[in-house]
Design a protein around this ligand. Structure first.
Ligand SMILES: NC(=O)c1ccc[n+]([C@@H]2O[C@H](COP(=O)([O-])OP(=O)(O)OC[C@H]3O[C@@H](n4cnc5c(N)ncnc54)[C@H](OP(=O)(O)O)[C@@H]3O)[C@@H](O)[C@H]2O)c1
Length: 247
């Protein structure tokens, strides 16, 4: 079950996993786009089902998981990928700009995990994957809501991992850098080590198949982000203010 399957990383992941023989449940709000993806996967010999739902809606996402089980049986892997990004200077930030980012990126991912978890626990097996971001590591300029959402979702799934691994359920947290998708396409700011979608998805699939606990890429930007985590605040602030990734 892949959330955010109508575009970007989720769509590409669905195509790659279906080509490898996975039966894929496609969750997003745009039903028509999902229907087109189902046809595309079918034309290539794959199996998928469209599950239009808003991840913020706990009941809708739970029903989507039920429909998927009716079609294809037990859900082996969840990829909680649905997400939104915003660019807002703190001086212009409004509550109405914060809540949707937190609701989709954090509550939406939690709703998705909790929709599949009871059945995974009953079977004593399963795999929860979340697409977080390198933006989870520290606050970035003009990204308060986004960084907060990714830090929260990483911590949420890390906590799940501690509880669930002994029960047979693996948890993988993916921390990507910049990837060419509709989410980043409108931006003029420089995005160091910007990756092609296909290359990024190949790396994500590799991490899922290896059931890694966490995976950060590309290595150049991941190394810089890790260095940022151990820097003193004055140095981190000095570097970050001079290197905003958002216009
Ligand atoms: N691209 C990057 O550089 C990058 C880097 C790090 C992390 N990420 C993360 O990767 C994930 C995917 O991003 P992307 O770049 O592929 O973005 P994208 O092309 O904009 O795709 C976002 C997907 O999320 C879905 N979505 C958004 N709100 C939803 C909701 N309320 N309910 C259900 N689905 C919803 C969208 O579908 P509908 O609009 O049809 O609902 C769409 O399929 C996000 O979590 C993002 O934060 C991206």
């Amino acid at each position: 079950m892949i959330t955010g399957a109508s575009s970007g990383i989720g769509r590409s992941l669905a195509l790659v996993l279906a080509a490898r023989g996975a039966k894929v449940g496609l969750v997003a709000r745009r039903a028509e786009t999902l229907d087109e993806l189902v046809k595309e996967i079918q034309s290539k010999g794959g199996n998928s089902v469209a599950l239009p739902a808003d991840v913020q809606d706990e009941k809708a996402i739970s029903l989507a998981a039920d429909h998927l089980r009716e079609h294809f049986g037990a859900i082996d892997v969840l990829v909680a990928n649905a997400g939104v990004g915003t660019t807002t200077d703190a001086a212009e930030l409004q509550p109405s700009g914060v809540a949707p980012v937190i609701n989709i990126n954090v509550i939406g991912a939690a709703n998705s995990a909790l929709a599949v978890l009871p059945e995974m626990l009953a079977r004593g097996q399963g795999h929860l994957v979340v697409i977080s971001s390198l933006a989870a590591y520290r606050g970035l300029p003009k990204s308060a809501a986004y960084c907060a959402s990714k830090a929260a979702v990483s911590a949420f799934f890390e906590s799940l991992r501690l509880d669930l691994e002994p029960k047979g359920i693996d948890v993988t947290i993916i921390h990507p850098g910049f990837i060419k998708t509709p989410l980043t396409s409108g931006r003029d700011a420089k995005m160091p080590f910007l990756m092609e979608l296909d290359d990024a998805v190949e790396k994500i699939v590799g991490a899922i198949e290896k059931r890694k606990r966490s995976y950060a890429f590309p290595w150049q930007l991941a190394s810089l982000a890790r260095a940022g985590m151990i820097m003193p605040n004055w140095l981190y602030d000095w570097i970050s203010r001079r290197n905003s990734f958002r216009e």
